[in-house]
Write a protein that binds this ligand. Structure first.
Ligand code: HEM
Length: 156
């Protein structure tokens, strides 16, 4: 019998969870000495856009790519920002802390997929931030992230 495996988006709890995760996360970011200088000029929509981007990558609706941006545009936002490993580590740390506080699913399967994506995405953001342009097709599709080797959530 084929198992009905939810997307990471569904397992996390859907869009309200991603929006709350990012609004709480960016509150912390603006109170953080390391990250505040980088984000102090971000737009009022920044947190929603990042929420919609990650939700879409995790299998949610195409809100970011149909209304707000594209993979290419997201990459462009990081160009020339000169992010360091110290910024990246702090960003990751605060996001995971926020995920714990908001009680996102904490099964090993979900958290391993979540952290794998965050590691991948943040390392790419840092690499791109030292460039002023990238050779990327503007129609490049959005990345997609799934469960990886565990194959699905922990269901006892
Ligand atoms: C998985 C990792 C990441 C994703 C998915 C992501 C996603 C995004 C998106 C969608 C935008 C555009 C927001 C908008 O349209 O308003 C953006 C902008 C930006 N991101 Fe990231 N990001 C990631 C990692 C990082 C990291 C690690 C940093 C720095 C520590 C960072 C710094 C920025 C900055 C400075 C902007 C521009 C803000 C502005 O408009 O002033 N990002 N990011």
């Amino acid at each position: 019998m084929e198992k009905n495996i939810p997307t990471l988006y569904e397992w996390a709890g859907g869009m309200p969870v991603f929006e709350k995760l990012m609004s709480s996360f960016y509150k912390k970011v603006l109170l953080d000495d390391t990250l505040e200088p980088i984000f102090k000029h971000m737009s009022a929509d920044h947190q929603l856009h990042v929420a919609h981007f990650i939700a879409e990558v995790f299998g949610g609706p195409k809100m970011y790519s149909s209304e707000e941006g594209s993979h290419f545009k997201m990459i462009q936002k990081h160009l020339g920002k000169h992010l360091t490993e110290t910024h990246r580590k702090r960003w990751v740390q605060l996001l995971i802390e926020t995920a714990d506080e908001l009680t996102l699913p904490d099964d090993p399967e979900f958290r391993s997929a979540f952290v794998a994506y965050i590691e991948w995405g943040t390392r790419i953001a840092v690499l791109n931030s030292s460039e002023m342009e990238v050779a990327l097709n503007p129609d490049e599709p959005m990345p997609k992230w799934g469960w990886g080797e565990p194959g699905g959530p922990f269901i006892p």
